[in-house]
Design a protein. Structure first.
Length: 742
């Protein structure tokens, strides 16, 4: 036994007899307790070697030669009963004095802390030492096996413990109560998954074994119980973080904890509910607070708990035990999963709060929406903290902070990404990390991140659920292909400027504090079909590096009451996380004038319109409404618009520019293409011109020739017919003769 036990012995064996030294560690104390147990067992066995104890030998199933070997290493140690009793008494006194010195010094030792926290008796504490001995020294296991006359029984039975610690039969009977399932010894510390629960075996014959986590705890190892590994993560703190910079939220939490922890008239249990979108820093706040205060933190995932085979009550018991004995804080993420509308998890919520109230000093619950428990007769201190998306200024700080760890191309402007992507700190960090991976994959030396890699990584952080509600437009157009009058072009550029410089205006200049709503950007594009409204929206998206989604109005509007509002809520919620531009084409069908209420249908239609007004004001991104008929838009919408851009029917000079920019550089064109004729004679919008150019290209490809006026005239004739317009020879001479024979 000494070979293992000596591992716990202090290196400095010189004892200062003039002053009692406190224990420096839990293991040092455990060493003395195991030495005490060894002497106690030797003394008991020495007593039992007297002739009057011969009957007891038979009860214990022991043999004299085994006793000699176990208690004296074949006679090498002193086994005199008086000397052993003397040594045992001295060691008991030494342990008690060192424990008192440790208490005065504020040294927390695992075994005394466990005894006090669980309100264990002296008998139960000795029982723990007896069970711990066989976990750290096989010699004790052999002794227990010998005592039980069973070489495979390395753990002490209840019978052995009672006979070692009970002075009389009556006392041993009364001590049996310590092994009932409700007793703290069995409820929190002893293994109950094996033979102990076999009710076919008498209680006194059942083996006792400390749970592995309890052994680790007593030896001062901080690890998770193996049953919690799949659902939780332990974040240990090495001392208090004196140099940690705290946010105002974290400083308030610490002030709250210190006040109620020092106030004896209030509960010492603190529960903090932090809510907000994923990645907004809720978990970071919890970790920072614990690091500052010197607490370890167990982060628990509610989603994994609900998927676990382990019973919910068992999980709570294990978490509560760890928090209670190690003075550890708990953090529960994805708590919103327990707040189902049908309240099927309501009982689990009550059990969780009950466990936190009784066992956990500091708890953090992380959700997405506001929530407050029933605080009537609550035995804990509770506060709800909102963690919103960072504003423009804070977002810029986060981009600059996280980007310092990466190599960015010098042409990258972080202001562009700050303004374009309304990311949480977690999303910013993830985007930068992913962009580095993309850069390395693309062959960048030294992990240098380019602008395109960073944009691609940012898009990967956006929520893709919007694809199920709208159609993403692949943006290919830029300013050089957009043909509009100077005033309209200027307005479109102003839209881009408002997005690019929002961090300066709202953040640095403080306009954010003057506005509660309407921080997004709403624009109306009106004009006849084919005049470039959709193209202009694509140009804006391309310029800002944002995704644009075209909303299918037919999928939004529902004849069922309340369904339209639900669809709109989903669209705006997903767009908020996707940082996308919402493009409502033919918006007058959805945003028409609110009518006079004549029946229930009119009343609910007006409610839908009002709801949409509300969502547009709340949305912090870009909403573009496109309509062919400006007069159909409700005046309430017009008042809330930041821009109203009228797209006129193109004049001759604009049509010429459209024709000239319609054919790609790789397209084979005849030298006789007459742009003046086409601009003058084909009085069409840009969309129709695009159709003619494309059809002409297919005609030319079929004939394996370059694109000429004949192909354009033929395509124009088809387009006019589709529009229901006459295509007369007198209007289109001299090129009409090219298609007369067709």
């Amino acid at each position: 036994m000494n070979e293992i036990i000596n591992l716990f012995e202090p290196k400095d064996n010189k004892k200062d007899k003039s002053k009692v030294k406190p224990y420096t560690s839990s293991r040092e104390h455990i060493f003395d307790e195991l030495r005490h147990l060894e002497l106690f067992l030797k003394l008991n066995m020495t007593k039992k070697k007297q002739p009057e104890a011969e009957d007891l030998y038979r009860v214990l199933g022991m043999f004299n030669n085994d006793i000699s070997e176990l208690i004296g290493s074949a006679g090498s140690e002193v086994c005199d009963e008086d000397l052993l009793a003397d040594e045992l008494a001295q060691l008991e006194e030494q342990i008690e004095k060192r424990l008192e010195a440790s208490r005065q010094k504020g040294v927390r030792l695992t075994l005394p802390h466990m005894t006090k926290t669980l309100n264990l008796s002296s008998f139960e504490e000795k029982c723990i030492i007896i069970c711990l001995a066989s976990e750290v020294d096989r010699g004790f296991g052999k002794m227990y096996a010998q005592l039980q006359d069973n070489l495979t029984a390395q753990n002490p039975s209840i019978d052995i413990v009672l006979k070692l610690l009970g002075e009389s039969e009556e006392e041993r009977i009364s001590l049996r109560n310590a092994f009932s399932p409700q007793a703290p010894l069995m409820q929190h510390l002893m293994e109950s998954r094996s033979d102990f629960m076999d009710t076919r075996v008498p209680l006194i014959d059942r083996p006792l074994k400390l749970e592995d986590w309890v052994v680790n705890y007593l030896l001062d190892f901080e690890v998770l119980d193996e049953r919690l590994v799949q659902i939780a993560e332990l974040l240990t703190i090495e001392g208090q973080g004196k140099d940690i910079k705290l946010t105002s939220v974290e400083e308030n939490i610490i002030r709250f904890i210190k006040y109620f922890s020092s106030n004896k008239n209030t509960s010492s249990k603190q529960i903090f509910y932090l809510y907000g979108p994923a990645g907004c820093g809720k978990k970071t706040h919890a970790a920072a607070v614990c690091n500052k205060l010197g607490y370890s933190l167990i982060n628990v995932d509610i989603e994994k708990i609900l998927a676990s085979d382990l019973p919910f009550t068992e999980i709570l018991k294990l978490l509560g035990r760890h928090a209670m004995l190690k003075n550890t804080a708990l953090c529960f993420e994805n708590f919103n999963l327990l707040l189902a509308e049908d309240e099927r998890y309501l009982n689990k919520v009550h059990l969780l709060i009950q466990m936190l109230t009784t066992s956990v000093p500091i708890s953090f619950i992380l959700g997405q929406a506001s929530w407050s428990p029933n605080l009537l007769n609550a035995e804990f201190n509770y506060v709800q903290i909102e963690c919103p998306l960072p504003d423009d200024r804070e977002r810029k700080i986060q981009w600059e902070k996280f980007s310092q760890k990466y190599k960015l191309d010098k042409n990258i402007s972080l202001d562009d990404f700050t303004n374009s992507f309304r990311f949480t700190p977690g999303q910013i960090q993830a985007a930068l990390n992913h962009s580095e991976s993309l850069a390395v994959w693309n062959g960048a030396e030294n992990g240098l991140i380019g602008e395109q890699e960073l944009y691609d990584a940012c898009y990967s952080q956006s929520n893709r659920k919007l694809n199920t509600l709208a159609t993403r437009i692949n943006t290919i157009y830029s300013w050089d292909v957009l043909v509009l009058p100077p005033d309209q072009t200027s307005q479109l550029r102003e839209i881009c400027h408002q997005v690019k410089y929002r961090s300066i205006v709202y953040g640095d200049w403080g306009f954010d504090r003057r506005l509660s709503l309407g921080k997004g950007l709403n624009a109306l594009f009106s004009g006849p079909p084919g005049c470039g409204k959709t193209m202009a929206a694509e140009v804006i998206a391309n310029e800002l590096g944002l995704e644009i989604y075209k909303i299918d109005v037919s999928q939004i509007v529902s004849k069922y009451i309340g369904e339209t509002e639900k669809n709109l809520a989903k669209i705006f919620a997903e767009a908020e996380t996707s940082n996308a531009i919402l493009f409502f084409d033919e918006a007058d069908a959805l945003f028409g004038k609110r009518s006079e209420v004549k029946d229930a249908h009119d009343r609910y239609a007006n409610l839908e319109t009002s709801y949409l007004l509300q969502k547009m004001e709340e949305y912090k991104g870009i909403v573009i409404l496109a309509t062919n008929l400006n007069q159909n838009i409700d005046e309430a919408f017009l008042r809330r618009l930041h821009f109203s851009v009228a797209f006129p029917f193109p004049e001759k000079e604009q049509r010429k520019l459209i024709w000239q920019g319609m054919f790609p550089k790789g397209a084979p064109l005849d030298n006789n293409i007459d742009y003046e004729f086409m601009a003058d004679k084909f009085i069409l919008a840009g969309g129709n011109i695009k159709n003619i150019a494309l059809s002409a290209a297919f005609y030319a490809a079929h004939e394996a020739s370059s694109i000429g006026m004949k192909h354009i005239m033929l395509a124009a004739k088809r387009e006019y017919k589709k529009l229901g317009k006459a295509f007369l020879k007198s209007d289109f001479n001299p090129y009409y003769q090219l298609i007369e024979v067709i």
